[in-house]
Design a protein around this ligand. Structure first.
Ligand code: AMP
Length: 215
């Protein structure tokens, strides 16, 4: 099972990818997570990407292509994988096509999650990470905005630098202008399903699974 999970920042790709990767025992490849890990470890890639990410811009296509190729080449994905956050430009589509050809990956399923931009802005600006247990929460959805509902830690929430309102607006503009054209590109090549990302998490998962089993 090879899945490309596509959609605007904050639409729920990461949440769904984690659930699906556990459910089907397939690898979750999040380019954003890999980059953030590289930034934290201060690797060459991390140093190159840090400021670009904080500004809400896209990291260069060549760096991203190299990262995805290396990740796939070094990964046992015989059960499949779920790609979250790549491709984000038409050039990345070209790069992905050649990586897939080289690795004989022939039949990926393309799932698009959609959401209204007002909902996305609200989700992202209220999103926090617990620095103790790494749970992602939305401040609107938890009873106490100072306490992690998962591990009980107090004042442990941190905000991603690129989740502040100005950067969020920029990321959404880039999504509209640069990333969305990827959809038309893939509609011509692969099976594509478009689903509502604002349904409850369990419903979105169910809808994705329904799409996957009907192919
Ligand atoms: P994400 O967690 O997917 O929202 O990604 C966080 C940030 O990482 C993005 O705003 C970009 O700066 C960078 N990034 C992640 N994936 C890509 C990609 N495929 N192309 C370019 N930049 C990316």
């Amino acid at each position: 099972m090879q899945i490309i999970l596509f959609g605007a920042p904050g639409v729920g790709k990461g949440t769904q990818a984690k659930i699906l990767s556990q459910k089907f025992n397939i690898k979750h490849i999040s380019t954003g997570d890999i980059l953030r890990d590289s930034v934290a470890r201060k690797t060459e890639l991390g140093l190159a990407a840090k400021e670009v990410m904080n500004r809400g811009d896209l990291v260069s296509d060549s760096l991203m292509g190299g990262l995805v190729k290396e990740t796939l080449e070094n990964m046992d994905y015989k059960n499949g994988f779920i790609l979250d956050g790549f491709p984000r430009t038409i050039e990345q589509c070209n790069i992905m096509d050649s990586i897939f050809e080289e690795l004989s990956i022939t039949n990926p399923f393309f799932i698009i999650l959609e959401a209204d931009s007002n909902i996305i802005v609200s989700r992202l600006t209220q999103r926090r990470f617990c620095n103790k247990c790494e749970t992602i929460v939305n401040l609107n959805d938890i009873p106490d905005v100072n306490t992690c509902p998962n591990c009980g830690a107090v004042n442990s929430f941190i905000e991603r630098k690129d989740d502040n309102i100005e950067v969020v607006k920029k990321r959404l503009n880039i999504y509209q202008e640069t990333t969305l054209p990827v959809v038309d590109y893939y509609k011509k090549k692969y099976k594509v399903a478009i689903l509502n990302g604002t349904d409850p998490v369990e419903r979105v998962t169910e809808n994705i699974i329904n799409e996957l089993v009907t192919v």
